[in-house]
Design a protein around this ligand. Structure first.
Ligand code: EPZ
Length: 431
């Protein structure tokens, strides 16, 4: 299996361009099925999850024209069924966005239930609550979900928990329902706004995305569109924290500063210097980071998807930090891997106490989910000596050209497939 090998100790310096937002693109690709006209989508991140979602849409019968790695034209007029294959759901949870899209357009959808994953149980009860409120019958039989409706009628829906997925899924189904839907306690992430803007560019009538009350007036049909995905807030934040963790100086280009406010604020608290430009942020890491505290919250709070990167920075701070993970119930497993590098932390329920150390030491470690994997790469690039990271397919799901972007910043990192390649990397990077 492929692994990353890193030689740590070099600050990351230079410029990096942020790719399109994975979590916006997944909803937008599903929504593209809701019209029979051509949809052109640009600035797609070329990552595994996107390619799997395109496979799932292709298997429904849609025509997919991959113009280049970051641009695709979709025409769903040839969709011949509403059964999403279990293989695709097993490979990517976000296939469940096809429920909202297919239910909205065809009033039927048969989709395997997504299981839990490394970070938590991740039920979809709020998605089902929304579909049922719109008039759909949702039957769970084993691991299959069948949703169907004679007609979908707008409704007043209050989410019991702020859910990105449920907000996007219900927004799609309601876009083609009859009448008005009010969705309260909606998630406000940038990718929600991007999916709403995409649907509106197809003729939908969605107002209030980005606030906690979204108003959707159903329309009879959606038309084709051309759309470019927003920059990825979490990829941008990951590279901003990479500068802090490696005491570097990185200009992160092609981002929306407004989306980065909670992340910039934490980096300032930890002693980094931040310059903000129209579509870029420069982060200069401190010689020794100050400790701080973080509680992950729905947007605009500190993102849960940035929690492992922040905790890795705290593991090198001069003092003790406290992290409260309020979104997912099992998102601290990577701290065991950091401990193998000399990190010191204690987890009690949803709270981790992190005692900063002067240096981390290279070790054999493994990625346990997408964002933890990226954080452990940063740890390896800051540590003394060599680090070998396995299970990196998690990282390849959501970060485009990750090792290339890091090498362009001066990182000594390579993707290796054998002990011989590891030895060769060590020979080539020996002092
Ligand atoms: C999205 O997951 C993202 N994934 C996640 O990013 C991100 O961590 C999460 O939002 C929070 O921002 C995609 O967009 C593809 P939620 P999602 O529904 O939609 C509970 C990454 O690294 N919940 O907002 O699944 C749930 O268990 C990934 O890119 C219910 O209880 O997250 C969780 O505790 C990881 N019932 C909380 O709500 C439901 O019906 C927030 O989940 C739905 C969710």
């Amino acid at each position: 299996m492929a692994q990353y090998i890193m030689k740590g100790g070099r600050p990351l310096n230079g410029e990096v361009n942020v790719s399109g937002a994975k979590n916006a693109a997944l909803g937008i690709l599903a929504a593209a099925v809701m019209t029979d006209e051509n949809v052109l989508i640009e600035n797609l991140p070329d990552v595994r999850d996107i390619n799997v979602m395109l496979d799932a849409i292709r298997e429904l019968g849609a025509t997919i024209d991959r113009i280049d790695r970051n641009t695709v034209r979709i025409n769903a007029s040839t969709v011949s069924g509403v059964d999403v294959h279990s293989e695709n759901m097993r490979r990517i949870r976000a296939s469940y966005y096809l429920i909202g899209a297919l239910l909205g357009k065809y009033k039927r959808a048969n989709v395997p239930l997504p299981g839990g994953c490394a970070i938590g149980a991740r039920p979809i009860d709020q998605h089902l609550k929304g579909f049922r409120a719109l008039g759909a019958e949702c039957v769970v039989d084993g691991d299959k979900l069948s949703a169907s409706a004679e007609r979908l009628t707008g409704s007043h829906i209050y989410l019991d928990i702020v859910s990105v997925g449920a907000t996007i899924n219900i927004m799609m189904a309601a876009a083609l329902a009859e009448g008005r839907t009010i969705l309260e306690n909606a998630a406000k992430e940038p990718h929600i706004v991007d999916v709403a803007n995409f649907l509106n560019s197809m003729g939908a009538s969605i107002r209030g995305a980005g606030t906690d009350v979204i108003r959707i007036t159903g329309v009879p049909k959606l038309h084709g569109t051309e759309y470019s995905i927003i920059p990825d807030q979490i990829e941008a934040g990951t590279f901003m924290f990479a500068s802090a963790i490696t005491r570097g100086d990185i200009m992160v280009r092609n981002l929306i500063p407004k989306h980065m406010e909670a992340i910039s604020a934490k980096l300032l608290e930890m002693g980094c210097i931040i310059w903000e430009f129209d579509d870029a942020i420069r982060v200069v890491g401190a010689q020794r980071l100050r400790p701080t505290n973080v509680k992950t919250l729905p947007y605009p709070g500190f993102p849960t998807d940035m929690q492992p990167q922040a905790s890795t920075a705290m593991s090198l701070a001069k003092g003790t930090s406290v992290v409260v993970e309020s979104i997912f119930e099992n998102r601290f497993r990577y701290l065991d891997e950091l401990a193998r590098m000399g990190g010191i932390s204690k987890v009690e329920g949803s709270t981790a106490t992190i005692t900063g150390v002067e240096k981390l030491k290279g070790a054999q470690i493994k990625a346990c989910d997408l964002r933890a994997g990226a954080a452990l790469v940063m740890a390896g690039l800051a540590a003394e000596g060599y680090t070998v990271l396995s299970d990196i397919e998690y990282i390849q799901r959501g970060y485009e050209h990750f090792e290339q972007k890091l090498r362009n910043l001066g990182a000594q990192i390579a993707l290796v497939n054998s002990d011989e390649e590891i030895r060769e990397f060590m020979r080539n990077t020996a002092d």
